[in-house]
Design a protein around this ligand. Structure first.
Ligand code: UD1
Length: 431
């Protein structure tokens, strides 16, 4: 298993190109199952989760091809991938594959909408609390599907097709909204989703579906209306920039007292996180090129945050912000309202000398002027990168173990950081 060695203390200075968003790429790829025509996705990030989803989709019959590198194109530039599900050859998504990535469960929606049936293993994914799929199944049932659980598999059937319906989510769910959008796009009649997720990735999926011929109004707001159509066409779409990657590097820049340009990042996708960063003493400038984040000399001020669905502070940046707060001048409170077990980074951050106490759904962080490098272990995707941020600012050497978590969601992490002056080296298991 690979490890990452970091010698802390260097401020991050330079330009970091922001990749295509993992959390948009996955539902966009899954949407290719809805049509027998070709869906072309540009700016697809090179990530372990993307490769795994390609394998899962090809199992259902998706042919794919990847464009080669173009003249003058950077080594890390996003890929252009063509996906064609001319025929669905298998409506079963097996445990071995789905258990490795939770989002792959969402294939249930296009398989059901297009083939009238799907048998999909209950999901796995990051160990950040129980992550049920009851609301996804509720939405499909509202659209007329029959759902049974059989030996760890969800068996969904709608042999006469799905029908439009009113669907009210009791809780905001990104996955539930993706699933309902894809299913309703091919249902008969009109569907109205209430309390839908407003995340930019939901809007990106809706944009692709509209290009494919779906009739969708209100995506990006909490009520979305979908008039079902009989079939969808192919389309070409560019994956939106990764707001979580951008927010992560923004916090790393603030933490190390650096100055970075996050090329391609969009301020409107990150407002709550940027507000918190500014309150902590960082300067944020948004321009056509992207976001410039710097903290020159001044102290890190403590800021209380509470995670919430978009446009609130993203749960996927909670661990990174906590890393920043471990060096604040004072005490901050970080409250997690989305996932109940998303504090596994706390005990690892403590290895750097961070002082953090848990109180129910909150972490009370007492900032320290100095962190000390330490061996630490990555636990889940976003938690792992919070350890990288802490290590970048800690005195001396840190070794981050189990970096396969990072490879699931951060494209070219070491290269992007090294180019900005960080001392980061990957040590492959063979070395
Ligand atoms: C997506 C993101 C993930 C992010 C999360 C919240 C992807 C691939 N993943 O995950 O990075 O942290 O949104 O922004 O896009 N819930 C239920 N029943 C359900 C579904 C969800 O109770 O059927 C609960 C979850 O346990 C959680 C909350 O709803 O407490 C939000 O989860 P959801 O928005 O569905 O997260 P994901 O779509 O899995």
């Amino acid at each position: 298993m690979d490890r990452i060695r970091i010698v802390g203390g260097n401020p991050l200075n330079g330009v970091i190109p922001i990749s295509g968003a993992k959390n948009a790429a996955l539902p966009l790829m899954i949407a290719s199952l809805l049509t027998d025509r070709t869906v072309t996705l540009e700016n697809l990030p090179r990530l372990a989760d993307v490769s795994l989803l390609v394998r899962i989709l090809s199992n259902h019959g998706v042919d794919y091809s990847i464009d080669g590198r173009r003249q003058g194109e950077e080594q890390d530039a996003g890929q252009t991938v063509h996906m064609t599900a001319r025929e669905i050859v298998d409506t079963v998504a097996p445990y071995e594959l789905v258990s490795r990535m939770r989002a792959s469960f969402w294939v249930v929606a296009p398989l059901l909408a297009r083939c009238g049936e799907a048998r999909v293993s209950l999901p796995g994914g990051c160990a950040i609390g129980t992550r049920p799929v009851d609301l996804l199944l509720m939405a499909l049932e509202r659209l007329g599907a029959s759902i049974e659980i059989d030996a760890g598999y969800v068996v969904a059937k709608a042999h006469k097709g799905l029908r439009g319906a009113e669907v009210t989510f009791p809780k905001v769910t990104v996955g539930g909204t993706h699933v309902a959008l894809m299913a309703a796009a091919l249902a008969q009649g009109t569907t109205v989703l209430h309390n839908a997720a407003r995340e930019p990735e939901v809007l990106d999926l809706a944009d692709l579906l509209v290009k494919m011929g779906a009739r969708i109004r209100g995506a990006g707001q909490s009520v979305i209306e979908i008039d079902g159509v009989a079939r969808l066409n192919g389309a070409k779409h560019r994956v939106l920039p990764d707001r979580i990657e951008a927010g992560t590097y923004a916090m790393a820049a603030a933490m190390t007292g650096g100055d970075v340009m996050l090329q391609g990042a969009k301020a409107e996708h990150l407002k709550a996180a940027l507000d918190a960063l500014e309150q902590s003493g960082a300067t944020v400038d948004a321009s056509e090129e992207g976001l410039r984040i710097r903290r020159n000399g001044g102290p890190i001020r403590p800021v209380d945050i509470s995670t919430a669905p978009f446009p609130g502070f993203p749960t996927d940046l909670q661990a990174q912000f906590m890393a920043l707060m471990t060096r604040a001048k004072g005490v901050s409170r970080i409250t997690e309202t989305i996932f109940e077990n998303r504090f596994m980074h706390v005990q690892e951050l403590a290895r750097f000398g961070a002082q953090i106490r848990l109180e129910g759904d909150s972490a009370i962080v007492e900032g320290r002027p100095v962190l000390k490098g330490a061996p630490v272990m990555a636990t889940d995707l976003r938690a792992s990168v919070s350890l990288v941020i802490a290590a970048l600012a800690a005195e001396g050497e840190s070794m981050v173990q189990r970096v396969y978590h990072l490879d699931r969601g951060f494209e070219a992490l070491e290269r992007k950081l090294s180019r900005c002056g960080a001392d980061v080296t990957r040590i492959s298991s063979g070395d």
